[in-house]
Ligand binder design. Structure first.
Ligand SMILES: [Zn+2]
Ligand SMILES: [Zn+2]
Length: 103
């Protein structure tokens, strides 16, 4: 695990994670015995809720005229409450009809 360290003693090497029923993780520091709960789920910046779903976001860039080229696919989290329409639009087809190089 990265980016997690014990708030009490600062170690990042002696941590034990235990996933709880609600998808949070209870961490135990085996060095100093501290325990705390970490919520690994992303939260919505708008409503603070956890009803998010990961949606692929295609990064396209205009090259030469009207031709679009795909620069990559990013994962972003959409809120099921705030971004409901967007999520549905993405499900209908987030990819351009044709990928460059394919027929
Ligand atoms: Zn500790
Ligand atoms: Zn939201």
């Amino acid at each position: 695990m990265v980016d997690i360290e014990c708030a009490a003693c600062g170690t990042d090497e002696h941590l034990r994670g235990n996933r709880l029923d609600d998808d949070t993780i209870e961490l135990t520091c085996e060095r100093c015995g501290a325990t705390w709960v970490r919520d690994p789920r992303p939260s919505c910046p708008k409503c603070g809720g956890h009803e998010l779903e990961a949606a692929p976001k295609v990064i396209v860039e205009k090259s030469r005229g009207s031709q679009m080229s795909i620069q990559g696919i990013q994962r972003e989290f959409l809120c099921r409450v705030c971004d409901d329409e967007l999520i549905r639009a993405r499900r209908d087809g987030y990819l351009p009809d044709r990928l460059p190089g394919s027929q």
